[in-house]
Design a protein around this ligand. Structure first.
Ligand code: BGC
Ligand code: ZN
Length: 369
């Protein structure tokens, strides 16, 4: 069967003939791949600065933002039947008996670093016609989400981040809203970056009641700004408005949600984080020369304002379930905006060009069926 793979030794990315997927255990599910989203991580893998093939393979099948359809289930699988839509999670546990997070199903917090990631680190991904997966790593997706379900994996970034934010900000119980469905009410968040992770994060924040601002490079008017504003967020360009001016316009900033992958932009925004605020970093910047920072000022503010800077990677299966639930909610509240995040659907043969070339748009997706 056909799959898209990177071949690091040949410094190549191409369609390979990959062994067909068969069920090997009773808890496995065979999945037909319907759509696979591409992101910055895939671009880095395609330029060989990130990722690695499974042991013994000279290539890595890429693709970690999957949406598929169940075609066959093992004897022990009761949660799924053929025809069901599913999204696979990305990370698999390290297997060390003393790695408490992995042993507890929280490989997103793996302590040994020996976890694997489908389509990224030592495990084949989902950009193949079929794949098999253990049922515990699959999340059911309602059939109404067929056209947007591929956004679930990028949305899990925000789901995990927000879970962490609530846990940490429990330290500030005094001003909390009584109404649990809008825990962000009365709070202000700025989303740094207007790519898929940023805009999905903005939806997640808005749906929890945050006053949400999207802060990104491109000056207005531009399609991402229009999209952000159609959600009910405000959009400000960092090209025309420096962080201090943004803070003057916004008022106290309770949360920074970084989704731009730019260390410079993130640390330039940090000085405007409000007292007791939290900055969540989700981007993984590529290797670059060091940037100069006003470290004493950053440290002074962190201490004198009780601030938290939090890094977050990968997501737990519960975050996938939350993302599926949230996506249903978003698709009712913002049907057009949600669909317009997917700006291109392309055949498998276009993957190489999409990953190596310049392209605009928001989320590019490979459609296999
Ligand atoms: C994926 C995560 C993964 C991270 C680091 C991201 O693009 O969405 O699942 O943990 O890359 O490899
Ligand atoms: Zn990704």
């Amino acid at each position: 069967m056909r799959a898209v793979a990177v071949v690091p030794n040949a410094r190549d990315i191409r369609i390979v003939e990959h062994a067909p997927a068969h069920l090997n255990a009773d808890d496995e599910v065979r999945v037909r791949s319907l759509e696979v989203g591409l992101c910055g991580t895939d671009e880095e893998i395609a330029s060989f600065v990130y990722g690695s093939p499974p042991a013994g393979s000279d290539y890595l099948v890429i693709g970690h933002e999957g949406l598929g359809e169940v075609v066959e289930t093992g004897a022990e699988v009761s949660r799924f039947k053929p025809g069901d839509l599913v999204v696979p999670s990305v990370r698999r546990p390290c297997g060390h008996p003393d790695c408490c997070p992995c042993q507890s199903g929280r490989q997103d917090f793996c302590e040994t670093g020996d976890f694997t990631e489908c389509g990224i680190k030592m495990r084949h991904g989902f950009l193949a016609e079929f794949y098999t997966e253990r049922d515990i790593f699959l999340t059911p997706v309602p059939s109404e989400l067929r056209d947007v379900g591929v956004l679930i994996e990028p949305l899990t970034v925000a789901e995990k981040a927000l879970e962490q934010v609530w846990k940490i900000q429990e330290r500030l119980p005094w001003c909390r809203s009584e109404n649990a469905s809008t825990p962000g009410e009365g709070l202000r968040a700025v989303v740094l970056g207007a790519g898929p992770v940023g805009l999905l994060g903005a939806m997640a924040l808005l749906s929890r009641g945050f006053e949400t601002w999207v802060y990104s490079r491109s000056p207005k008017p531009n399609p991402k700004a229009e999209l952000a504003e159609s959600l009910g967020a405000r959009y400000v360009s960092s090209k025309t408005t420096p962080p201090e001016e943004l803070a003057e316009q916004m008022g106290k900033i309770d949360l920074i949600y970084e989704a731009a992958g730019s260390e410079k932009a993130a640390f330039e925004l940090l000085p405007v984080l409000g007292t007791n605020g939290i900055a969540v970093l989700t981007g993984i910047p590529g290797p670059k020369p060091p940037v100069e920072l006003d470290a004493d000022q950053i440290m002074r503010r962190l201490v004198l304002r009780n601030q938290v800077v939090l890094g977050t990677v990968n997501a737990d299966i519960q975050d996938f379930q939350r993302a599926a639930d949230d996506l249903s909610h978003f698709s009712r509240r913002w049907p057009e905006a949600l669909r317009s995040l997917i700006t291109g659907r392309h055949p498998m043969d276009s993957a190489r060009e999409l990953l190596l070339g310049e392209h605009d748009g928001i989320k590019n997706v490979i459609a296999l069926a």
